[in-house]
Design a protein around this ligand. Sequence first.
Ligand SMILES: *Cc1c(COP(=O)(O)O)cnc(C)c1O
Length: 366
Amino acid sequence: MIGLHDFNTLHNEEFRKEVLVAFENILAKNAFVEGEYNQKFEQDFAKMQSAKHCLLVANGTDALEISLLVNGVQPGDKIGVPGITFYATAEAVLNVGATPVLIDVEKETGLICPKSTEKCIKEHNLKGIIPVHIYGMPADMTAINKIAKDNNVYVIEDAAQASGAFIEGKPVGSGPNLTTFSFYPTKNLSAFGDAGGILTSDDELAEKIKIIRNHGRGSDGHIMGRNSRCDHLQAAVLALKLPKVEEFNQNRKNVAKKYHELLSSCSQIRLIPNKYLETSAFHLYPVHLDGRDTRDKLIKHLQDNQIGCANFYDRALSEEPAFSKCAGEKEIAEKVSGSVVCLPMNPFINDEEIQKVANKVIEFFR
Ligand SMILES: *Cc1c(COP(=O)(O)O)cnc(C)c1O
């Protein structure tokens, strides 16, 4: 079996030993939430991503909701989200009482489209937008940030799939926007359960996030907050994994490059544009097909050959009951959603396995 993920290698004997030492240490100190590993991870991750602050929270959805709250979101505010993303991006908007407006995506990548962004901002009077670095590929933040600035709209980057990605040579999260992460087990940088984080270089927003995540408890009493603390055990796992994430992302990139080489002659599939080979964090490796029918058959063929693969975002947000009445643009998103297959992608796939996956894809179309 060639897995989409490979947790056995990720959590090998050596790593388990390190984790158990950390867990013993936590138990010895009875320090269960927001402990020394939280601080260590927050410092190290902020440094790695060239941001001033990292704030750990309970999960990636909370990271989005809290980012909306510290931007002053009010009930009924319209917030733009791309039509192709994980459900949670739009769910977070609803959870804080705001209204999602769907922004269309680029056909080649599924990434948020700057033109559609501008149109939706103007037509729907958006207060904020949440571009998503989908599959680990960076959205066009130069264009998006300019449009947002010109129209006085705030931007929250959903980088749940993009720990370690680069945007024009700079680490994701080092820019002007609040940038949110999920450390759910399947993400590039992952805990043993739920965790999330927010990067910012704004001292004031960082302070507000710290207060909100801990029941609104500040130095002089409480404001409305919530419980979104990250527990110490998860923080320890993250702190121990962090030093490896760059190497692992490099491995992912090498896997993607080999897929690209081997599949470039297969005319029935569209590969993502070459420029993303350098900039994506390769949370997933998507290939685009001509529609749902071909996609389902290819998935079956690969699975029959013990190759893990999946069709993430089978439905555009506009095809989900909770968001089907949302305003905005959705034409391309609905086309793209049904035509993507993600091939096995993790840091531990070897050349032989890559060759086998490529052979089976090519064989399917022959
Ligand atoms: C995983 C993910 C989230 C949500 O993260 P959770 O930790 O599951 O709450 C949000 N947005 C995107 C794009 C994701 O992939």
